[in-house]
Design a protein around this ligand. Structure first.
Ligand code: GRF
Length: 196
């Protein structure tokens, strides 16, 4: 269940890549008496730069290589065991490039959140910025949502909107959206806590 703002909420972050959103949370929640404590960062990729960001911040890191498991069920079972060792109130997906099994999603129902680089329900899935440009969208953005079994379809917690400019490429639009993601995600986590 969501926590009241008067207690510290233990969070585990899952990522596969750069960890810009992790860094935004580290920066937002650093210092004493913060509402959020990042207990661990877990990556399915050993070369994820997000792991280095975590280490630099003194946060324990773990690598769970999905290629070393027979299938999604086995990987997710090991992931659950690892996560539950930290007893987090909230599990935060921050660029975790794995499709999760229904069992995993159900285990953390209501306390598993994700950030997606589009204004959901538009453009679930990959290549969101290219698709937004091709569709002629005048605005784009990012969405923080609760994770449900259907990919990129859970209840929306918060969104950030940016303009799409006439000369945008997917890369320039991605940069603009990412800047807003880094404001949005910490804010959405605090909002999730407050609503508890
Ligand atoms: C972000 O665009 C996020 O919306 C998506 O994956 C990307 C992660 O970026 N889910 P970073 O690793 O946090 O920099």
């Amino acid at each position: 269940m969501p926590q009241s703002m008067s207690t510290t909420c233990d969070v585990v972050v899952l990522l596969s890549g750069s960890g810009g959103n992790l860094q935004a949370m580290i920066d937002s929640f650093k210092g004493d008496e913060q509402p959020v404590r990042i207990r661990a960062v877990i990556s399915n990729r050993a070369d994820a730069f997000g792991l280095q960001r975590a280490r630099d911040a003194g946060i324990p890191t773990h690598v769970l290589n999905h290629k070393q498991f027979e299938g999604r069920e086995a990987f997710d079972a090991a992931l659950i065991e690892l996560i539950d060792g930290f007893a987090p109130q909230l599990v935060v997906l921050a660029g975790f490039m794995r499709i999760l099994t229904p069992g995993f999603v159900e285990r953390y129902a209501g306390r598993l959140i994700n950030i997606h680089p589009s204004l959901l329900p538009a453009f679930p899935g990959l290549n969101t910025h290219q698709r937004a440009i091709e569709a002629g969208c005048r605005v784009a953005g990012a969405t923080v949502h609760q994770v449900t079994v259907e990919l990129d379809h859970g209840p929306i917690l918060d969104q950030a909107v940016v303009p799409v400019l006439v000369d945008d490429t997917p890369a320039t639009l991605a940069d603009r959206v990412l800047t807003q993601e880094h404001r949005l995600y910490p804010r959405a986590v605090e909002g999730w806590l407050r609503r508890g």
